[in-house]
Design a protein around this ligand. Sequence first.
Ligand code: FAD
Length: 351
Amino acid sequence: MTHRLILDYDLSHHNTMALSCMARYALPLDDAKTLCDDIIFANNVAKEHGLPLFVLSGGSNVILPSKLHAMVLLPKLIGIDIINENDNDITVQVACGEHWHTFIQTCLNRGWYGLENLALIPGLVGACPIQNIGAYGIQVSDFIEKVIAIDLTSGKQCTFDNTDCHFDYRHSIFKDNPNRYLISHVIFKLHKNTDKVITNYGDLAQVAQHFANQNARPTPHPIDVFNAVVQIRQAKLPDPTVLANCGSFFQNPIIPMQDFIHLKEKFADLPSYPVNDDLVKLPAGWLIDKAGLKGKGIFPILTHQNQALVLTNHAPYVATQQDIKTAQDFIIMAVHDKFGINLVREPVWVD
Ligand SMILES: Cc1cc2nc3c(=O)[nH]c(=O)nc-3n(C[C@H](O)[C@H](O)[C@H](O)COP(=O)(O)OP(=O)(O)OC[C@H]3O[C@@H](n4cnc5c(N)ncnc54)[C@H](O)[C@@H]3O)c2cc1C
């Protein structure tokens, strides 16, 4: 068997933050039949050179170092297979290398619904369970039935049911065990009910209704929701192919109700989303904006002028991980000084 091992692989164009990065080794994985053997091979080479394994998909949620001393696995398996279908639901197994947004478009074209609120999130399917991607009122865990992975320590396949994945807000068991597993397939359960749409987030209902009107429909169809999400995101978020970024840079902090009440006394216009009776989620972008940092930062890393939660790189292919750390620490300190809240980074920091 031949393996396409690449020495000194330039990842500068393989991360949406456009950070300069050279990996010691990279191995594309595009054949499901040889996947386990390929991983055992990669493991052996990595051990020989004293390197860890690292999985990289679309590179839209990572902060890479200038020199990545690792064996980088590049999952590229493709395929969408129907496992089960009835009049109401469908269960599909999707390979890790499928492009996330294109997969949602395929679903809508085939009349499979549920994922439309997650349109336009960059990246590949294999990465979606890692931080349990979410947007506009839903999380991908609402639709994941199983995750199939290869244990990188043994080269053996294992299957996780939804509950085994320990999904939470931007969290899963895979995030707790970085580079222990390579997710090869995700099994989704989707529905066929065109009335079952979720539009109770921000201005989504209004925009979706606008598309429904255009399509002469009385109420929004999942395709109207998809179009609305695309329009809202395009208006609010910078396109990484035009201005390098990795989406939301900080998680929305969740704080105790008592702390929220104190803050609300000082900042009457503080927006909030109740999590439960005891906890409240705050929009990190608002906190950064009110700390006076919208459109600011430490060059070349600045928060975006329309959405302060997004850090943008204004120096394509020369900025480094250290530039990100400098800007990140500056923002964390400014928000802490003003609100007493510690922001937590969302993207994966790779050493
Ligand atoms: C403009 C923009 C908007 C975004 N909007 C959102 C949003 O609304 N909601 C949201 O949740 N996220 C959002 N993100 C973050 C990001 O797109 C998602 O987290 C996405 O799932 C990352 O996919 P990726 O293929 O790029 O993963 P990568 O960045 O390549 O990897 C991310 C992490 O997952 C691991 N990983 C990747 N693939 C696998 C695999 N097959 N097996 C095991 N581990 C793997 C990597 O090792 C790494 O730790 C946004 C990013 C950008 C740039």
